[in-house]
Design a protein around this ligand. Sequence first.
Ligand code: 5GP
Length: 187
Amino acid sequence: MREGKLFVISGPSGTGKGTICDRIIKENDDVALSISMTTRKPREGEIDGVNYYFVTDEEFERAIAEDGFLEYARVYEHSYGTPKKAVLARLSEGTDVILEIDTQGAMNIKRKYPEGVFIFIKPPSMHELRKRIEGRGKDDPDIIELRLGEAEKEMQLADEYDYCVVNDDLDEAVEKVKKIMADEHSA
Ligand code: 5GP
C-alpha cells in the first residue's frame, strides 16, 4: 500500500490558511488534518478535539517528556505541538496528512522529514493582512500588533518552502493547493 504524504502548510495568521485547509479536508476523504495540542485557551466556537486538544502546561510538558510530539514550538506566548502517533498512523495507512503549523514547526519537520511537501500561504500584501486580522475582531489590539510583527518574520521564511500560494481569492488558492497535492502524488 502507498504511504500517505505529509503536507506542511504555514503562513502568517490571517492569511486564510485555516480556511484553505478546512476546505481541502471537506472535499477530500483521503486527506486528514492533524489536530495539534495547545496550551492556549479556546476561542469562542472552538471545540476540544476538533480545532485543537486544549491542554494545561503540565499536560503539554508531559507529552514532551513522553516524546509525544513530531515537533512543538512556542507561538504567541503559548505552546503548540503536533501529536506524533496520530500523524504517523495516518501516513502509514495511506492517508495524506496536512499539518497547519507555524514556520518554526515547519522548519523542524523539514529537518526530520525532508520528503514532506512544504507550502507557504501568503497574504496579497501586509496592508491586506492587517485589514483581515482587524476585521475578524477576534483579537485584542496588542495581540494584533504581536501577530503582525510575527507575520513580518514569518514572511522572511517563505523561500524555504517548496511552494508559495498567494491567497488573493479563496477559491483560487484552494484550487492551487489541491493541484500541488495532486501533482506531488503523480511526481
Ligand atoms: P492559533 O492560535 O491562531 O490557532 O495559531 C497560532 C499559530 O500556531 C498558527 O500559525 C498555527 O499555524 C500555529 N500552530 C498550530 N498548531 C501548531 C503546532 O502543532 N505546531 C506549531 N509549530 N505551530 C502550530
